[in-house]
Ligand binder design. Structure first.
Ligand code: MG
Length: 258
């Protein structure tokens, strides 16, 4: 099994990066792994920590309409260059954490996506350099208030609510370029989204190079690579799982915002 890199909070409230073991204990690292964190002799047993989002990005850059079938279902043309937007770092939440349904919206959608984790400062990179800057891969759900997205020409509000960026559960370093991505709702057997990351219009290294021509990417920053077709609404009480072959499954439950 591929190594799984996690970020956890111990019972005393300390945050640690670590390596998840098959028995769900965590071997603590002395720094983020992309900053050459080394294994320490501290080990947290399975019930002695809480899983957090696997990195703490300074920013989350997301790409719209990066799968042709999804661009079609949104009624738009295929973009000629990557269509970028941002989610605030405060939108990031973890595997199994609640996603809060905001009272301002009547339609909150799931969007299962592959997330890239940047390992090294990245400015004006070529595609070849950019692929070296991608440290690993995790799963994201680009939660979107669709009605607000339609109403606004800028998507900050629709995409930026607290808890609208579940990330995790962990980071892996290698991924098949043809990995399957699926989104599953509740206990339904048939996925609501099913695609292959091979169908991205702009591939990971192209996206990282493109973004690095605009803004400096820092270690731990995250890029959401777009969602395949089949986006749809969530209701309070729903359980949504995004699965990517070779990584795992990111699960969240929709709760009312109090
Ligand atoms: Mg998206």
């Amino acid at each position: 099994m591929a190594q799984r890199f996690v970020r956890v909070q111990s019972q005393s409230g300390q945050l640690h990066y670590g390596l998840l073991q098959p028995d769900y204990s965590v071997q603590v690292l002395d720094a983020p792994p992309w900053l050459q964190g080394q294994v320490t002799d501290v080990e947290l047993v399975a019930d002695a920590y809480q899983l957090m989002a696997p990195c703490a990005p300074s920013k989350v850059i997301a790409v719209g309409k990066n799968y042709a079938a999804h661009a079609a279902e949104m009624g738009g043309e295929l973009p000629e260059e990557p269509l970028l937007f941002m989610k605030p770092s405060t939108a990031v939440t973890s595997h199994l954490a609640p996603v809060f349904y905001p009272p301002q919206s009547q339609q909150v959608d799931y969007e299962g996506e592959l997330a890239l984790v940047i390992g090294d400062r990245c400015v004006d990179c070529s595609e070849a350099e950019a692929s070296e800057k991608i440290w690993g891969y995790t799963i994201a759900n680009d939660i979107t208030a669709r009605d607000l997205q339609r109403r606004d020409s800028q998507w900050v509000r629709a995409k930026g609510f607290d808890s609208f960026c579940p990330l995790g559960p962990w980071i892996v370093r290698e991924l098949s370029p043809e990995a399957q991505i699926q989104t599953v709702l509740n206990d339904r057997e048939a996925p609501v989204q099913m695609g292959s990351i091979a169908d991205m219009i702009f591939k990971p290294a192209v996206l990282v190079a493109y973004i690095s021509q605009i803004m400096t990417l820092l270690p731990g920053d995250v890029i959401l690579t777009g969602t395949p077709e089949g986006v749809g609404p969530l209701q309070i009480g729903d359980r949504v799982r995004v699965k990517i072959e070779g990584i795992g499954a990111l699960e969240n439950t929709i709760k009312p915002r109090i």
